[in-house]
Design a protein around this ligand. Structure first.
Ligand code: PLP
Length: 449
């Protein structure tokens, strides 16, 4: 589309007058007005096009404006825009069936929500009612959402302003060899020590008081730390031994991101509850949910489940989910994510890491990769301090600005940049983005010592 800076200025003026933005000091932000998006790209009103290496908030797994998903929403809108959750309706039944078909094991009942945080809230509620226990264990270096329970479960600084002592949440350290909490030197040690640490945490908290352990299968925003072989199976075994519900949060890792439908598929582990959102319909209409095991579902066979949402299983959201899952299967989009990740992105990032003094570690799978940026490869000191803001965060801000100048929209969190494009990304697009990233890393290299 032709540039139209005046239209962009009007959009921004109304935004600044009336839109209250997430996570921001309202007086300090400068949101970019967006004119449109398609596939792997979006563009502004000034004629700048960006290759989306963030998938927005890591949710547009199928890319922007996929025609089959757009058409499904249009068709559903003409047919039935909304209906209360108590009715049975074709698109909701089909969306639930398709999700259940893809989730591991016996996770065959689906409770729909409007997004990830509500999925986490409801999974925790189910676990507490199922076990009659109150506490929930979650990991440092995690993100589970911004509602009351979900933000308390979160293991990053976004939790601090909303911490409530009554939430019944206990944090523990998950495995992460590059910045090991256990002074481990090998993945085997890290795995063994992380499991021993979890066992000890449970012993001292009292196993009979713990309803659930919640983990991101592959922690996302916190740094894409692929767990070592055996860790998740070890947690599964610990949960079974103590009657603790195992919740895997696949809001970010699910629906193709890791190169499988669910990240749990890589590890052969089935949780009792699995939360999803984002990639289920790429966020074209807000949707999330909980996939529930037969045993937990049975708890609510004769006893009412005390939770609900006006828009649970919204027809427009469900229609877009059905179209998304079908298109992903027909066009082999999950297979594409695995192939591009293994053949193109992974090798290119490892090669980039060799040439750039600021790249301390490359880790990931599928279209789910992180570069851990450091001041010094030997000491592994992060390029910016934990939770840095303002001047202290300048090196990362300069890096992000360099990406944008090069036509690449990066995902940046603390001292990391994540390479998380759409699962539909082509080899040529991936290479274009990797070249821009390579160039922009020079800005980060300037801060190494
Ligand atoms: N869980 C994980 C793993 C996430 O990455 C997110 C969002 O980034 C959430 C939960 C919260 O989802 P939402 O923002 O849709 O509430």
């Amino acid at each position: 589309a032709a540039a139209d800076p005046a239209a962009g200025a009007a959009v921004k003026a109304a935004d600044r007058a009336h839109v209250f933005h997430s996570w921001s000091a309202q007086g300090l932000i400068d949101p970019l007005p967006i004119a449109g998006a398609e596939g792997a790209y979006f563009w502004d009103y000034d004629g700048n096009r960006y290759l989306d290496f963030s998938s927005q908030l890591v949710n547009t797994n199928i890319g922007h404006q996929h025609p089959k998903v757009v058409a499904a929403i249009q068709e559903q809108a003409a047919k039935l825009c909304t209906i209360a959750p108590g009715f049975a309706v074709d698109v909701r039944s089909e969306a639930a069936r398709l999700v259940a078909e893809r989730t591991p094991g016996d996770l065959d009942k689906i409770f729909f929500t409007n997004g990830g945080a509500e999925a986490v809230e409801n999974a925790v509620r189910m676990a507490r009612l199922h076990t009659g226990r109150a506490k929930v264990l979650s990991a440092y270096r995690s993100y589970h959402g911004a509602t009351a329970t979900a933000i308390n479960l979160t293991g990053d600084p976004r939790r601090w302003p909303s911490d409530t002592a009554s939430a019944g949440v206990i944090h523990f350290w998950g495995p992460f060899l590059y910045r090991s909490a256990f002074h481990a030197e090998t993945e085997e040690q890290e795995c063994e020590r992380a499991l021993a640490h979890l066992e000890q945490t449970i012993a001292f908290e009292g196993p009979q008081s713990i309803a659930a352990i919640i983990l991101e299968t592959v922690p996302g925003t916190a740094g894409i730390m692929v767990p070592p072989a055996g860790y998740l199976a070890g947690v599964r075994e610990i949960c079974d031994r103590h009657g603790i519900v195992f919740i895997l949060d696949e809001v970010m890792a699910g629906f193709g991101r890791t190169g499988q439908w669910f990240a749990a598929d890589h590890f052969g582990v089935t949780p009792d509850l699995l939360t999803f959102a984002k990639g289920v319909n790429s966020g074209y209409v807000p949707l999330g949910g909980v996939a529930i095991s037969a045993e937990i579902a049975a708890t609510f066979d004769q006893r009412p489940y005390p939770g609900g949402l006006t828009y649970s299983g919204h027809p427009l959201a469900c229609a877009s989910a059905v179209a998304t899952m079908n298109a992903m299967a027909e066009e082999r989009i999950v297979e594409n994510a695995a192939d591009i990740g293994e053949r193109v992105i992974g090798p290119a990032l490892r090669e980039i890491a060799e040439r750039h003094p600021s790249v301390g570690e490359v880790r990931g799978m599928g279209v789910f990769w992180a570069l851990d940026l450091v001041k010094n490869k030997e000491t592994r000191e992060p390029l910016v301090p934990y939770n840095a803001a303002g001047a202290a965060n300048a090196p990362m801000a300069e890096f992000a600005a360099a990406c944008k100048r090069g036509g690449l929209w990066p995902f940046v969190n603390m001292n990391r940049t994540h390479v998380v494009p759409a699962c539909t990304i082509t080899e040529a697009e991936a290479k274009e983005g990797l070249a821009a990233l390579d160039e922009a890393l020079t800005a980060a290299d300037a801060h190494t010592a």
